[in-house]
Write a new protein. Structure first.
Length: 260
């Protein structure tokens, strides 16, 4: 593609994106992201297990134990939040269950609780609060995009996997700990990026809403975040995702667009 064509496509994509609120995600893009994330997960876990000198069977055993621990921890958190705060806003609860269904999660297994604060994910629960959403001036769509991020943590059992890795880290020798530590950080950032991109894959409008929500919550968050990718980098990969969807729509012309 020559330079003129590249510039032209980029201008068309920008104009299109201003109007395109409900693009469907092309199957090729969905498959590519899903496949790349899965490959990254497999590769990171493989390296970490090698460092911990643990085989796949032991890893599965560790996961069974941490799932049990996480289940107990969930109950403790839920009981604590129930003592401290009112029941979650019913409208928010209904929206959460609708989002679970969109993501193909059996909604009787997962609950939403009022944690009085910003969104968080447990093993089988998501905590959030109407007050916190309102204080950050988030639209309904932006709230839903953040909830989809937390739902992704539940889908991928990120709490249990993290705890299982942590338990292996604690049991290993100091030199293996030193080798594993940077990869543990990488794993955590990967799980956050995967949660962001899973929310994006739920729909173009969610991707745009997530980008905007992160822009709004950034001033409320610590600037030093080792567990998450930086806000700048989150913005960058969400924008890259959106650009790919918009460009696929403009070049294929095979998706439905609803102006809103
Ligand atoms: Zn997260």
């Amino acid at each position: 593609m020559n330079r003129f064509n590249a510039i032209l496509i980029s201008i068309i994509c920008s104009i299109w994106s201003m109007h395109a609120q409900e693009l469907s995600i092309p199957e090729a893009i969905r498959q590519r992201y899903t496949c790349e994330l899965e490959q990254e997960r497999t590769s990171l876990i493989k390296i970490l297990l090698r460092i911990f000198n643990v085989n796949d069977q032991d890893w599965q055993q560790e996961l069974i134990q941490t799932r049990r621990d996480c289940g107990e921890r969930d109950e403790a958190f839920k009981a604590r939040y129930a003592r401290m705060y009112d029941h979650i806003n019913p409208e928010l609860e209904a929206r959460f269950h609708a989002l679970l269904r969109v993501q193909g999660v059996n909604d009787s297994d997962v609950v939403i609780v009022n944690n009085g604060e910003a969104p968080e994910a447990g093993h089988k629960f998501v905590g959030c609060s109407r007050r916190s959403f309102d204080s950050m001036n988030l639209t309904i769509k932006e709230q839903d995009a953040l909830l989809l991020h937390e739902i992704a943590h539940v889908i991928y059992e990120d709490a249990a996997v993290w705890n299982a890795l942590h338990s292996l880290l604690e049991k290993t020798s100091w030199y293996r700990k030193a080798a594993a530590f940077p990869l543990m950080v990488r794993w955590h950032r990967f799980s956050e990026r995967r949660a962001d991109l899973t929310a994006c894959l739920a729909g173009y409008s969610y991707a745009r809403a997530l980008e905007e929500a992160l822009r709004k919550i950034a001033p409320f968050s610590s600037t030093i975040q080792t567990s998450h990718p930086t806000f700048k980098s989150r913005e960058r990969y969400i924008q890259a995702f959106c650009e790919q969807v918009v460009c696929a729509a403009t070049t294929d012309g095979a998706v439905s667009v609803t102006k809103s």
